[in-house]
Design a binder for this molecule. Structure first.
Ligand code: SAM
Length: 186
């Protein structure tokens, strides 16, 4: 099954970043957005705050390297997740306190309902643990939202997302064992 078949089978995937602290998290939150795009998510949502620099750098990457991930910011994360469920979507919260990914990934793959993957910053309010259909641990050790998201998406898509080629890209990398090779597609 390739990535496009996987998306049809498992449903579209959106990533909600909560708890962003503008002074501390700029880089990490940008990386969450970059991973969301590069690892096959359909949308990235920055909850409760709008950081124009982050949104602009993600849009710039998308202009150059292609893709069609939707980017939103400033939504009320609690209301957004409630609406998501009312509209029939599923919520997957990534947390070290959850159930191990290996014990739950096949359940998650059972449905093709749209999936909202939540990643936090500092302490995540109990609300999100309770509203989640799945609290998923990428191992039960503390690490990072960037790593957790990458591993989750890779497990969901079985590695196929790493082969996506975006038709609207302006640039493309030619893999090379020794040097940087980039071709312009314009
Ligand atoms: N102490 C925080 C808490 O109460 O959840 C976690 C802080 S951690 C730096 C930031 C985010 O990384 C978490 O909200 C979670 O989304 C993600 N994360 C870190 N380790 C994880 C793990 N082992 N499994 C899944 N997600 C993880």
């Amino acid at each position: 099954m390739d990535y496009y078949e996987a998306i049809k089978k498992y449903g579209k995937v959106y990533v909600l970043r909560i708890g962003h602290r503008p002074q501390r998290d700029k880089r990490v939150t940008t990386h969450v957005g970059l991973v969301a795009r590069a690892f096959g998510a359909n949308g990235f949502i920055l909850g409760d705050i709008c950081d124009k620099n982050i949104v602009e750098s993600l849009r710039r990457i998308q202009r150059d390297w292609g893709g069609s991930i939707t980017i939103e910011c400033g939504v009320d994360s609690r209301k957004y997740t409630e609406e998501w469920k009312k509209n029939g979507g599923e919520i997957i919260h990534l947390t070290m306190y959850g159930l191990h990914i290996d014990s739950i990934i096949e359940d998650i793959r059972e449905s093709n309902r749209p999936k909202l993957v939540i990643v936090g910053a500092e302490k995540v309010p109990a609300f999100f643990y309770q509203i989640a259909d799945y609290n998923v641990a990428i191992g039960n050790q503390p690490h990072s939202e960037v790593a957790a998201l990458a591993v989750f998406l890779d497990r969901l898509f079985g590695g196929e997302e790493l082969r996506i080629e975006y038709p609207n890209a302006r640039k493309k990398i030619i893999p090379s064992s020794r040097r940087k090779r980039i071709v312009s597609l314009e």
